[in-house]
Design a binder for this molecule. Structure first.
Ligand SMILES: Cc1cc2nc3c(=O)[nH]c(=O)nc-3n(C[C@H](O)[C@H](O)[C@H](O)COP(=O)(O)OP(=O)(O)OC[C@H]3O[C@@H](n4cnc5c(N)ncnc54)[C@H](O)[C@@H]3O)c2cc1C
Length: 462
């Protein structure tokens, strides 16, 4: 890997915040290199509940700035990515011993499916000139006057030096470690790591509504429609001080979520019904609140460096909901010469230009352009690729033209698109992070996909 000339911004971390900052910066005319040591959205950004919301608990804890910004952003994001983000009706069973009704109404949410938001931001950033290196880690960085000199290590072990006018630390739960690698301390600032787990079970109820269940101790458990045939339940909240490379939903957490649902739904939910579980670690800004629930969900941007020195900006905390505003604030704080004006609020993400203006009309149009495509697949492709579904299907005149079929509508053509356009390399990248087809493919089908991808994975390693 060679990156020869100095860039304006070196961004470390390819989660929603790194991708959002890269897109915004590139659109303002800055040259940007983003490095992500694993897969894009491979960490916290894939483990979220995918709710775009103002937040009930933020109101309770008086986080009015965050609530206001989140509520405004809901509308902006809906316009930017109508294929990825969908409003949903929430049912909030009420019990007099729990929160008052007015608070529930104020905290009312939109439910959204955000599987591709990070990738969509990354793709748009690339269209605007950003270079993205997946599988590339920041090993160390040192200041050299007005430049940062960073050492990067690629997945094959090769190393490269890169110079940058500013360093952006968007490492999520690893943000303090990245700061250390750059020799930056940020005073007393710290992260509070709070683990959250989700479970997925076969669809529990008819209808498109979501539920917001209040449980003992004030915790809220969301029950959300998921991928047509499933229900997503989460989350737990527990302090985390383990190995960040090894975060999983435990049996106890899964049992807690099953009990929470069993309490409100007519039938008990046995843990044996769980078809998938996942967990992530919230990188919250440490404000020394007593409980995990009370820690601020707002973000803090820490700038390090004298005016004559190359700055480093670390992102601590935040929500997916506020990523776009966070990116705007990050560029304001960096205040690099040559930075253009804010622009991203009105600018749609790739795939947003839906035929007829809705996912339903766009799916119908796709079916009429590709008459052999079944409506279920058309709906899935529109919700996944938006107006780019046709570019993915390309010149196919019949189903066979899409190449090997792996099951559940996944074909070689889609897999090739995900590799070419969306940085996918492994079966997990495709089945769990870019799509959720892992829920539908059996072991043999997954093995066939693995075999199809093997030459590519081998080539990456060699
Ligand atoms: C259980 C749970 C539920 C949540 N629910 C919601 C919700 O409903 N709504 C909402 O708005 N938010 C939610 N969140 C919060 C949201 O997911 C996070 O705030 C957001 O994803 C953080 O994104 P990030 O880009 O900062 O971090 P991450 O997504 O963690 O990205 C950081 C990246 O940095 C990379 N990295 C680390 N070190 C290096 C290095 N040295 N070199 C290169 N790369 C490196 C990592 O591999 C990682 O991919 C939830 C979080 C959790 C855990």
């Amino acid at each position: 890997m060679t990156v020869s000339s100095a860039v304006d911004l070196l961004i470390v971390g390819g989660g929603i915040n790194g991708a959002g900052i890269a897109r915004d910066a590139a659109g303002r005319g800055l040259s940007v290199l983003l490095v992500e040591r694993g897969d894009l959205a491979g960490a916290t950004s894939s483990a979220s509940s995918k709710l775009i919301h103002g937040g009930l608990r933020y109101l309770e804890f008086g986080e009015f700035r965050l609530v206001r910004e989140s509520l405004l952003e809901r509308e902006v994001l809906l316009r930017m990515a109508p294929h990825l983000i969908h409003p949903a009706a929430f049912v909030l069973p009420h019990d007099r011993s729990l929160r008052p009704r007015w608070m529930l109404r104020l905290g009312l949410l939109l439910y959204d499916h955000l599987g591709r938001l990070v990738i969509a931001n990354a793709r748009d950033a690339v269209r605007r000139g950003t270079r993205i290196r997946r599988g590339t880690e920041l090993v160390s960085a040192r200041r050299d006057g007005a430049l940062w000199r960073a050492e990067l290590r690629a997945a094959d072990g090769s190393r490269a030096q890169v110079a940058a006018r500013a360093l952006v630390n968007a490492g999520g739960p690893w943000a303090m470690e990245i700061a250390r690698r750059a020799g930056v301390e940020h005073g007393k600032a710290a992260l509070r790591l709070v683990k959250g787990s989700h479970i997925v079970v076969p669809r529990l109820y008819a209808g498109a509504q979501a539920y917001m269940l209040q449980n003992d101790g004030g915790r809220i458990v969301f029950v959300l429609p998921f991928e047509q045939d499933f229900t997503l339940i989460g989350t737990t909240e527990a302090p985390f001080d383990g190995d960040l490379a090894d975060v999983a939903c435990t049996d106890e957490e899964a049992a807690y979520l099953c009990r929470a649902v069993g309490r409100w739904f007519a039938q008990p939910l046995p843990p044996s019904a769980i078809v998938w579980r996942f967990a992530g670690v919230r990188p919250l800004y440490e404000d020394h609140a007593r409980s995990a629930s009370a820690v601020t969900r707002d973000y803090v941007l820490l700038r390090d460096g004298e005016p004559s020195q190359a700055p480093m900006l670390s992102v601590l905390g935040g929500k997916i909901t506020t990523y776009r505003r966070l990116a705007e604030h990050a560029l304001e704080r960096l205040d690099l010469s040559g930075t253009g004006a804010a622009w991203s609020a009105g600018s749609p993400l790739p795939g947003a230009a839906l035929a007829g203006g809705s996912t339903e009309t766009a799916a119908a149009a796709l079916c009429s352009d590709y008459p052999w495509l079944d409506p279920v697949s058309a709906d899935r492709l529109i919700r996944r690729y938006g107006s780019e579904a046709a570019a993915m299907l390309g010149d196919a005149r019949r189903a066979e033209d899409l190449g090997e079929a792996f099951g559940a509508g996944l074909t070689a053509r889609e897999v090739d698109w995900l590799r070419r356009e969306e940085w996918a390399e492994s079966a997990d990248d495709i089945l769990w992070r870019r799509t959720k087809l892992g829920l539908r493919l059996g072991a043999n089908e997954r093995a066939r996909l693995g075999k199809y991808l093997a030459p590519c994975v081998q080539a990456m390693k060699s």
